[in-house]
Design a protein around this ligand. Sequence first.
Ligand code: ADP
Length: 318
Amino acid sequence: MTTRIAVDVQSLSKRYGDTIAAADVSFEVRQGEIFGVLGPNGAGKTTVIECLATLRRPDRGRVRVLGLDPQRDARALRPRIGVQLQSAALQERIKLWEALDLFASFYRRARDWRALLTQLGLAESADIPFGRLSGGQKQRAFIGLALINQPEVVFLDELTTSLDPHARHAIWNLVQEIREQGVTVFLTTHVMEEAERLCDRVAILSRGRIVALDSPQHLVRVFGVGCRISFSAPEPFDVRDLAAVAGVDRVERVGERVIVQGRSDGLVADIVGSLTAMGVRCMDLRAEQATLEDVFIELTGETLRETRTEEECEALRS
Ligand code: ADP
């Protein structure tokens, strides 16, 4: 069976004046996939999602969503997609059920909003005005509005930004449920854990360019630093002796703490064995696996939480 492609983007570019928001971006999203675009603020994520969701015209490139051109075929495409944008807002006094009922009236193939409220865990809140919902409830409500027309592809832009961990987990479960119902999910995030937990594949976007694209697990395996082992050694010893252990990439000492980075499977056992053989007493030993965040730093030199300064934005306009 051949995999059907829900979103096909080839060489998408978009500038705002001198700012390059998307530069030669290409990727495909398979039907039924949860696909994520991961990058810090200003990377170009919203621009890409807006170009796919009929809301922005690319300068160059070929974009197809469900085989349709989001600009030329916008009228045919809109009923088949759902969109939740960061900038989404609703009138504060509209009740939740009224908003869903109103949005449902725009479509021929709308879902029953009562069942949708139950799926969103918002059945009890149907009569609450939008302005009185919590942050997590508002986000679930926006996801509900994006699902009201039974879309085949749903676009979710930074959907858990500013939510507490509990609300964030509830939204992740919801996104997984949406996919289980056969909907293709395209999301953007700067939350590394969100990409790791949810996405089948992730495109890492930095300054408008895709710098890597693969499953989170594969990205970590290929680009990650592997494993980071740290421990305290109160008595001095020559840390260079650890650099000779097979699989070790880097050893550094920060005060009493020694940090070893490497990529072999048995690295922890080898380091402990080596320390024992050298008679080095070590305390508080910790081992951490590489994460997507390490991959991101390795590839871009930026951190995901980094927000660009005005000077950096200025430098980009070149
Ligand atoms: P992200 O969603 O990753 O934060 P955006 O797509 O919003 O990134 O923005 C990418 C770059 O384009 C940023 O430098 C941003 O300041 C700039 N930008 C976005 N929208 C506009 C706009 N309407 N006019 C001018 N510049 C914009």
